[in-house]
Design a protein. Structure first.
Length: 191
């Protein structure tokens, strides 16, 4: 591939920022209102609050990870653009799946779909990481930032544990494992 086929990352980053902002806005707009203005009514919709918090943290974490990656990327190609579009397509399901999982927290189907979305995002990020390192092979920091073991393999393993526990009769384990991966990722990003 010739040098002329590479593109700047600015427009891709702006598109990504806009999509994440829209997803976060939709998430908060989908939160149900309590039946009355009491703590008991607010407590009654605690699963919605938990699902919102988890999904918001996922959005913030993915945005931060994307920013970390692209501040060190000098060039992208059409494959990277399409991987990002596919990532945004899968990720844009988060508001819908958040409400679905919040409304049916003990349903294996809803929790599985919610967790599956995370797994597909991880797979797309893995493919994108490999492609970005290949295109930007001279960027040592990028190789460290895209440490596949820390960023993708370990969360994938945690998701699998969540699915196994869910199939043993505790569907909410998938959401809890999603929370564990997000908290772990945030802690690693602060180091």
């Amino acid at each position: 591939m010739g040098e002329n086929n590479y593109m700047d990352t600015g427009r891709l980053e702006a598109f990504y920022d806009a999509i994440i902002a829209i997803i976060v806005t939709v998430l908060v707009l989908e939160l149900p209102q309590p039946a009355t203005a009491t703590l008991a009514s607010m407590w009654a919709i605690k699963t919605s609050y938990f699902a919102y918090l988890l999904s918001f943290l996922v959005c913030a974490n993915l945005w931060q990870y994307h920013h970390l990656i692209y501040q060190n990327v000098e060039k992208i190609d059409t494959k990277i653009i399409w991987l990002n579009i596919l990532l945004m397509f899968v990720f844009s399901l988060i508001p819908y799946l958040t409400i679905f999982a919040a409304d049916y927290p003990n349903s294996l189907l809803t929790q599985s779909l919610y967790g599956l979305d995370f797994i597909i995002v991880d797979i797309i990020l893995y493919i994108m990481a490999k492609s970005l390192v290949r295109l930007n092979s001279d960027q040592e920091y990028l190789k460290d930032a895209l440490n596949v073991k820390n960023a993708l393999y370990i969360p994938f393993a945690i998701f699998i544990v969540g699915f196994i526990i869910a199939f043993l009769g505790y569907p909410i384990a998938i959401s809890i494992c999603c929370l564990i991966t997000i908290v772990r990722s945030i802690i690693l990003s602060l180091k």
